[in-house]
Design a protein around this ligand. Structure first.
Ligand SMILES: Cc1cc2nc3c(=O)[nH]c(=O)nc-3n(C[C@H](O)[C@H](O)[C@H](O)COP(=O)(O)OP(=O)(O)OC[C@H]3O[C@@H](n4cnc5c(N)ncnc54)[C@H](O)[C@@H]3O)c2cc1C
Ligand code: SF4
Length: 508
């Protein structure tokens, strides 16, 4: 009996488990480019829809019967799916575990409305199953990424010696991976090679999608024609290969460094491809480990990269599925200020923010430390509503999806989950930004000033944040020092900081 294999737009892999279980020539594959999703940067839409069309083309070439709903014919996902079921009358709807809660809800809804059984196959896009993560998390009030990362490495034998010890004797080389601007200059200021993928080579499929996205989503951020990530599996593999050969050796050293006009630094730029299924996690890790074994990349860089993929990526996915659906409305710090308008324009005198926002406006990308320590830090200190921040990140980034956004934005950046996945807030004053970037030299504010018209707003907001949340953070051993240092300041100084911070926030 004929089944329908529904492939969500972020599951574009031939290792798709429902596809694996299907029968070519009998089953129908369904892909839907729905127009009903929330606002999204045009580069993100072009990347996603082009990758879907390229994948559908590959499946058709392979002999599969593909029912593809283009954006022009698919005002919303649910109705397109129901139309397909009415027309094709399959025996069952076969899916790989959806990556996002909203997809799961649509499936449940359609299964009831269309009276069709849904057969769900396990995901191949993560190395830890939701059940295994739930048992790791069971009974714990707080989760620690490092504990899960070590378990995963042991379970899969990644960078492990035969005697059960980590290769090189250490689990974590973070201490070697924090070079500052001063170190970078001392090292001769190495600059990353420009990724080939930024050359914007567009296939006819991508050219069509650019036209359609520009037509259907004129109000969305960015320019459709600026899509820069390759939209095929072959292109994604080339990006990975280029990273391993050219940027991985220095990835660890400069992982936390932020430089004006160098949006990629030595990062991999594979997140978008991984999150659509064009790459799978183990092949990325294996190619980095291969470079280490061949003496082409140091252990600190390779372990650092492995930790991002097998550690952080798996961890934030696990947290999402353990905590949904309530996680998305977390707001432990009671933050409620609206998102400042300059998050769309970059029009602010704060040079670090205007640079980073300018980059995301133009490319739909920033690297991790820009997201966490410039944008996230500002949103946290300024008390911006977590929901508003979450929606902005989801809209603007080429690699953004609900499952990855929740824990990164609400948990890691905004501490909105009360510390469930991060023991202390990632709050920093200008001292950190000036040490780890070269933004301050072009700024009208002074990172060394704490009060007065030239004082860096990050300094005012940092102390004001600890003032506002002093009771909560005084009892946390990792933040109590900051609170006591604030409380030891002279009363007039504290009053001046409070006053100037309030004025700054009023004018946002
Ligand atoms: C506020 C905030 C928002 C973020 N939004 C996203 C997002 O929308 N989508 C997304 O995939 N990642 C997100 N991240 C995590 C991380 O910043 C990006 O994965 C990374 O910057 C992507 O660039 P890259 O591919 O060059 O990654 P690299 O720095 O080269 O790292 C390699 C890979 O490791 C994985 N990874 C590393 N850190 C994380 C993490 N914290 N969570 C999940 N995966 C991780 C990614 O797959 C990434 O491609 C966010 C982090 C923060 C703090
Ligand atoms: S002085 Fe402050 S606002 Fe200006 S770039 Fe430095 S940290 Fe950012």
């Amino acid at each position: 009996m004929k089944n329908t294999i529904l492939i969500f737009g972020d599951q574009l892999t031939l290792h798709h488990s429902a596809l694996d279980a299907g029968v070519c020539g009998r089953d129908v594959i369904l892909l839907i480019e729905a127009r009903d999703s929330a606002r999204a940067h045009k580069i993100k839409r072009v990347f996603q829809f082009s990758a879907m069309r390229e994948f559908a083309h590959e499946l058709s070439e392979g002999g599969w019967d593909v029912d593809y709903h283009r954006m022009a014919d698919a005002p919303n996902f649910r109705d397109s799916l129901l139309d397909h079921l009415t027309q094709h009358r399959p025996h069952a709807l076969c899916v790989m575990e959806p990556n996002n809660w909203s997809q799961l809800q649509i499936l449940n809804d359609v299964a009831t409305a269309g009276r069709i059984p849904v057969e769900t196959f396990p995901t191949c896009q993560f190395v830890t199953s939701r059940e295994a993560f739930a048992s790791f998390a069971k009974g714990k009030k707080r989760l620690v990424m490092e504990a899960h990362y070590r378990q995963t490495r042991q379970r899969l034998g990644i960078l492990m010696e035969d005697d059960g010890q980590p290769v090189g004797g250490l689990w974590n080389y973070d201490a070697d991976n924090r070079k500052s601007v001063r170190d970078w200059k001392k090292d001769g200021a190495p600059t990353p090679p420009r990724p080939v993928t930024l050359e914007r080579i567009h296939s006819p499929i991508v050219e069509d999608v650019i036209q359609e996205v520009s037509r259907w989503f004129p109000e969305d951020a960015g320019r459709a024609e600026d899509c820069w990530l390759p939209t095929t599996r072959a292109g994604a593999l080339a990006t990975l290969q280029q990273f391993v050969e050219q940027r991985l050796p220095l990835f660890g050293d400069y992982q936390d460094l932020m430089l004006q006009d160098s949006p990629t630094m030595f990062h991999s730029m594979i997140g978008g491809s991984l999150n659509l299924g064009l790459l799978l996690p183990m092949e990325c890790v294996e190619s980095a480990i291969q470079a280490f074994r061949e003496g082409k990349a140091p252990l600190a860089a390779v372990e650092g990269f492995t930790r991002q993929i097998i550690g952080w990526r798996e961890f934030v996915n696990g947290v999402y599925w353990v905590k949904m659906p309530d996680y998305i409305s977390s707001n432990a710090l009671g933050a409620s200020r609206p998102l400042p308008a300059f998050f769309y324009t970059g029009d602010t005198a704060m040079h670090c923010l205007s640079s980073v926002i300018g980059e995301v406006r133009d490319t739909a990308f920033n690297h991790h430390i820009q997201r966490l320590m410039i944008l996230g830090n500002f949103l946290l200190l300024a008390g911006i509503s977590p929901k508003a921040a979450h929606d902005w990140f989801l809209e603007m980034y080429i690699d953004a999806h609900e499952w990855v956004m929740a824990a990164n934005v609400l948990g890691m950046a905004l501490h909105a989950d009360g510390g469930f996945m991060a023991t202390k807030p990632y709050a920093a004053s200008a001292a950190y930004i000036s040490k780890m970037s070269n933004y301050c030299s072009g700024c009208r504010f002074d990172p060394n000033k704490k009060i007065g018209p030239d004082a860096c707003p990050f300094n005012l907001l940092y102390w004001d944040f600890y003032d506002r949340h002093a009771d909560r953070f005084a009892s946390n051993p990792r933040t109590s020092m900051m609170v006591s240092s604030w409380r030891k300041r002279a009363a007039p100084e504290r009053q001046a900081i409070r006053h100037e911070a309030a004025q700054f926030l009023e004018n946002l």
